[in-house]
Ligand binder design. Structure first.
Ligand SMILES: NC(=O)c1ccc[n+]([C@@H]2O[C@H](COP(=O)([O-])OP(=O)(O)OC[C@H]3O[C@@H](n4cnc5c(N)ncnc54)[C@H](O)[C@@H]3O)[C@@H](O)[C@H]2O)c1
Ligand SMILES: O=P(O)(O)OC[C@H](O)CO
Length: 333
């Protein structure tokens, strides 16, 4: 039986552990909080994230990272993007040389502007061919309810992507393979920033034309950045790009969307952070995405607007007027 370790007992770590177990894997979840680990092992549920959802028998949990990592063919990371480097520094010595390292995270590291697979490679000293990412329109609550969804597993070594595809393929979860890791990761990280923008617009009471325009132009700026970084344009028309934008920008389940809505309704940043119980990656990653845009000399006006509202205290109405008064352009430039 395929053994998997999943580091992180939050929303997505727990839901993806269920997917792996439903696909026939034996999964050990690592969690830092003993109460959650105990509830998983004895109550067969994660009460903090999915109360009432019974976890498959193939999932157990531990607070011991060595126990989680032991014998894992796939080692999956699902902690906040900004803590990964610190967490992985502790775990790296425990990981087998041949385990496939899988990132579920949709963020870009502040300061270094590195994608999560780059952080994993660097800290675990693993070659790119042993590092994979999983992304796409996968709101954890819907996956935990076993509603049908598709995803992308990306790795430069397609045979590794295929192995991971097999390990997480169930009747309700359909993973596709891709070798464009850069495009897949950027799609996942930038859609969180665009979801903040759409949420802000929703909170301001704006309608579907505004939403569709932000999604479409958001995809245009994501694609521009991706092409500058060597990604394949097709990736952005797929599940990691358009697919995840549609899910995240339209769902009230999205933490990024909800965060933006609260800001658009007039909450301050501090008030919004205080009511946000889970990880809204775009709040920090909007700054690192803008950092990437500047490094690659790419124009990303929506991302810039989000940074202005979230971090520079710009009023949404003022920011929106500035965005709309930019010079007229050709749709493709
Ligand atoms: N929730 C979703 O629907 C979903 C879907 C796809 C991808 N993702 C991505 O998965 C990643 C994880 O998100 P999530 O939804 O599971 O977040 P979450 O907030 O639900 O869970 C995060 C987990 O990390 C733990 N954690 C927090 N700080 C930590 C630290 N300093 N050290 C170690 N552990 C720490 C928390 O206790 C929690 O168990 C994010 O990058 C997110 O973008 C989430
Ligand atoms: O809740 P969000 O905003 O982190 O989005 C969750 C997933 O990334 C959707 O695919």
């Amino acid at each position: 039986m395929t053994r998997c370790a999943v580091f992180g007992t939050g929303s997505w770590g727990t839901a993806f552990a269920m997917v792996l177990a439903d696909a026939g894997c034996e999964v050990t979840l690592w969690g830092r909080r003993p109460g959650v680990v105990e509830a998983i092992n004895t109550g067969r549920t994660n009460p903090d994230y999915f109360p009432g959802v019974r976890l498959p028998d193939g999932v157990r949990a531990t607070t011991d990272p060595a126990e989680a990592a032991d014998g894992a063919e796939f080692t999956v990371f699902s902690v906040p993007s900004q803590t990964l480097r610190g967490n992985l520094s502790d775990w790296a010595p425990l990981l087998a040389d041949d385990t496939v390292l899988v990132s579920l995270m949709k963020g870009v590291e502040l300061g270094t502007a590195k994608r999560m697979s780059e952080v994993v490679q660097e800290v675990a000293k693993a070659p790119a061919e042993r590092v994979a990412v999983l992304t796409g329109p996968n709101l954890a609550k819907e996956i935990a309810a076993r509603q049908p969804a598709a995803a992308v597993v990306a790795c430069p070594d397609e045979s590794v992507a295929r192995r991971l595809q097999t390990a997480c393929h169930t009747a309700y979860f359909r993973p596709y393979t891709n070798t464009d890791v850069v495009g897949c990761e950027l799609g996942g990280a930038v859609k969180n920033v665009i979801a903040l923008a759409v949420g802000i617009a929703d909170g301001m009471g704006l309608g579907d034309n505004t939403k569709a325009s932000l999604i479409t132009r958001g995809l245009a700026e994501t694609t521009r950045l991706g092409l500058a970084m060597g990604a394949d344009a097709h990736t952005f028309a797929g599940l990691a790009g358009m697919g995840d934008l549609v899910a995240t920008c339209s769902s009230p389940l999205s933490r990024n969307h909800t965060f933006g809505t609260n800001l658009g309704r007039g909450m301050t940043l501090e008030e919004t952070i205080a009511v946000t119980k889970q990880t809204a990656e775009g709040v920090k990653s909007c700054e690192s995405v803008l950092d990437l845009a500047r490094r690659y000399d790419v124009d990303m006006p929506i991302t810039e607007t989000v940074v202005g509202i979230v971090h520079d205290g710009k009023q949404p109405l003022v920011a929106l007027k500035e965005l709309m008064s930019r010079s007229a352009k050709a749709e493709r430039h």
